[in-house]
Design a protein around this ligand. Structure first.
Ligand SMILES: *[C@@H]1O[C@H](CO)[C@@H](O)[C@H](O)[C@H]1NC(C)=O
Ligand SMILES: *[C@@H]1O[C@H](CO)[C@@H](O)[C@H](O)[C@H]1NC(C)=O
Length: 383
């Protein structure tokens, strides 16, 4: 071998070590950090260059404010995991009409192996849309702040999500997604600002995060399995919910969900399963709620199979969703209503194998009550 062949080989070998990350800073691609000039194209250029890199690559967002319109980052990429280091603040356009019609603000699609980290903020600028919704004007369109679609091996950590127009994070058609040490913050009266909504996804982990929102802190839709939620603070908000399920006749079920070490404070609901009162072949199987603290929660434990807003479109008011195998263990604290545990299951598909274990919920410092309809299982309270 001649020297001229050996040398490039050595460079190749050393560049594949962990330290040899290639940085693609959005400012080098022309993004202006003043928060006023549209930075969408520079962000996409930085992403595309990083994604095409065969060496480990980082898209870097430095401190500063970056205005983004609808921005979709497509994979697959040539390096994995590709990194997205976010120290700046991403700002959505406050005028919700300009985001039509995609339903998306920032989205990753078909990316397999991605780590998004840093102490940056994702600011959805939802205020004008919430005002429209509160005034009951016709304002049909909402964009989710961050969507992860058809992707896998995604890790998101350290970020702060504020004031989304709709869900702060939306995970669909994906697997192996982990979210940790994040914050989700929007006013308690901001409509539809769920923290994280999951559907048609599996192996999803959400840990050590704080959620203060105007809707569900976390909601789990159809087709979700192997979901692990641990170490969450929720409030204000509507609690952690499986559902709504069973709106359509043919629907994938929800299987194997664990929710533990969660504190709810001043929320409308705590832990909840909610299904439409209409025919469906969906199901909920193997769910565990453990080590849950409630503080002044309106409906701490609730299974509602008669969801039918405005009483419309629920022909016989019986849900077809079968709920089987739900364990509620070590739930303590205070309810702000007398009935702290409410099982309102389907007459045609009763809830089975429901266990209550070490539940101590008080109402005005006294023992609270339990209401049970069409449910069987094991508990001193119901059965
Ligand atoms: C349930 O999900 C957890 C992850 O959340 C996983 O570790 C476990 O293996 C799953 N159990 C089954 C039976 O699939
Ligand atoms: C239930 O909790 C209350 C206060 O949170 C406490 O005073 C009471 O002893 C508890 N009851 C049981 C049976 O643990």
């Amino acid at each position: 071998m001649t020297l001229s062949i050996i040398l490039p080989l050595i460079i190749l070998l050393s560049s594949s070590s962990a330290t040899a990350l290639s940085y693609f800073s959005v400012t080098d691609f022309g993004a202006n950090p003043n928060g006023k000039i549209d930075a969408t194209k520079p962000f996409l250029k930085a992403w595309n260059s990083a994604c095409r890199s065969i060496r480990p690559a980082v898209v870097y967002v430095p401190k500063g404010r970056f205005l983004l319109k609808t921005t979709i980052f497509y994979g697959p990429c040539k390096n994995s995991p590709i990194r997205f280091k976010m120290n700046g603040i991403l700002i959505a356009v406050s005028n919700y009409k300009v985001l039509r019609p995609s339903g998306t603000w920032i989205r990753f699609e078909y990316v397999h192996g991605l780590s998004i980290y840093g102490h940056g903020t994702i600011d959805g600028q939802g205020q004008s849309l919430w005002a429209c919704k509160r005034a009951h004007r016709s304002c049909p369109f909402s964009a989710k702040s961050l969507s992860i679609g058809h992707s896998s091996k995604i890790r998101i950590s350290g970020l702060k999500f504020i004031n989304s127009k709709f869900f702060h994070m939306f995970i669909y058609g994906s697997k192996e997604v982990s979210v940790k040490n994040c914050k989700f913050i929007a006013p308690g009266n901001s409509p539809n600002t769920d923290g994280i909504h999951i559907q048609y996804s599996s192996e999803i982990t959400i840990r050590n995060s704080q959620m203060m929102t105007g809707d569900d802190c976390i909601s789990i839709g159809p087709g979700s399995s192997n979901v692990w939620i641990e170490g969450i603070f929720c409030g204000p908000g509507h609690g952690i919910s499986i559902g709504s399920l069973g709106h359509t006749k043919d629907e994938s079920g929800v299987r194997n969900v664990t929710v533990k070490k969660v504190k709810f404070s001043g929320t409308t609901n705590g832990i909840r399963i909610k299904t439409w009162g209409r025919p469906s072949n969906g199901f909920v199987k193997k769910v565990t709620f453990d080590d849950i603290t409630m503080s002044d929660v309106r409906n701490p434990i609730h299974i509602n199979q008669n969801y039918c807003p405005h009483n419309r479109g629920c022909p016989n008011k019986h849900s077809g969703i079968s709920i089987n195998g739900v364990v509620f263990s070590n739930v303590k604290g205070s309810s702000s209503t007398l009935i702290a545990v409410k099982f309102d299951c389907s007459k045609t598909h009763p809830c089975t194998n429901i266990k209550l274990n070490n539940i101590n919920l008080t109402y005005m410092k006294k023992t609270s009550q339990t209401s049970c309809k069409h449910v069987s299982g094991r508990s001193s309270k119901c059965f």
